[in-house]
Write a protein that binds this ligand. Structure first.
Ligand SMILES: N[C@@H](CCC(=O)N[C@@H](CS)C(=O)NCC(=O)O)C(=O)O
Length: 247
């Protein structure tokens, strides 16, 4: 029988906004593992003592707490859930060591290259910089199209997900950004980035990912992300630009 949140002391410090891709990753993985947990929403403008003590280095969300011990950084939380609860649900990382590193490599690429390029489109007011960021985003998606074919290869056939027959690390890492990629494209007045003509495999994967359990209920609508960008991030970026111009 599966133990409940209370018995196992499982807590997730998450964002009250409901749009954090990093928090959503942890929620997706907990769902895949069939684990129940206490969700503690945080206001990032006024961080709780528990968050500051649990993630004293980065002071960011999510933080997963297991038996009083904190685990920080979304991708590390995903790996931890696989290691700490091997009997629960499907594995998030493949068993084969090489496939594991390939999944980790691309998950890091999504965080360090794809998403910064994509959000960079909105952060700059300079047309050339914006065009460069659009180009970088499209090129990163092109590489992920090829990675999908490679990662999902099962003999002569292609499995539905990066993780094979079920959602894996890279599915969750990239999938958590989908509402953001959609919202950014819309705010930038551009046609959708994930387009069946340009990246047919990724576009089909998006449909499968959005329909998959337990992902379906966890992905916020893109317009909620747009509202967050307009209300929270634009003023923050503007303040940072003003501060750097006056320094
Ligand atoms: N690399 C981190 C990124 C976490 C992150 O940026 N979290 C945001 C979620 S909204 C946060 O806590 N922001 C508050 C802040 O930066 O003060 C991860 O993957 O967990």
């Amino acid at each position: 029988m599966m133990a409940g949140a209370q018995e196992q002391g499982l807590k997730l410090l998450g964002a009250a906004s409901g749009v954090s891709p990093y928090v959503i990753r942890a929620q997706m993985a907990l769902g895949i593992k069939g684990l129940t947990y206490d969700y503690l929403p945080e206001d990032t403008r006024c961080k709780s003592d528990l968050l500051l003590a649990s993630n004293s280095v980065h002071k960011k969300l999510p933080v997963f707490i297991h038996g009083g011990k904190p685990v920080c950084e979304s991708l590390i939380i995903l790996e931890y859930l696989d290691d700490a609860f091997p009997e629960n649900g499907a594995s998030i990382l493949p068993a084969d060591p090489y496939r594991r590193v390939v999944a980790r490599f691309w998950a890091a690429y999504v965080d360090n290259k794809l998403f910064p390029s994509c959000i960079g489109i909105l952060k700059t007011g300079k047309p050339q910089e914006r065009a460069d960021k659009v180009e970088e985003t499209l090129s990163a998606l092109g590489l992920l199209e090829a990675a999908l074919a490679e990662c999902s290869k099962e003999g002569d056939a292609e499995a539905p997900f990066f993780g094979g027959g079920s959602l894996g690390l890279l599915d969750i890492a990239l999938g958590s950004y989908l509402p953001w990629i959609e919202a950014i494209g819309h705010l930038a007045g551009m046609p959708p980035f994930l387009d069946a003509a340009r990246t047919p495999k990724l576009a089909a994967w998006v449909e499968r990912f959005r329909a998959a359990e337990p992902v379906r209920a966890l992905l916020p609508p893109a317009d909620k992300v747009e509202e967050y960008i307009l209300a929270v991030l634009y003023p923050k970026w503007k303040a940072a630009l003003t501060a750097s111009a006056t320094n």
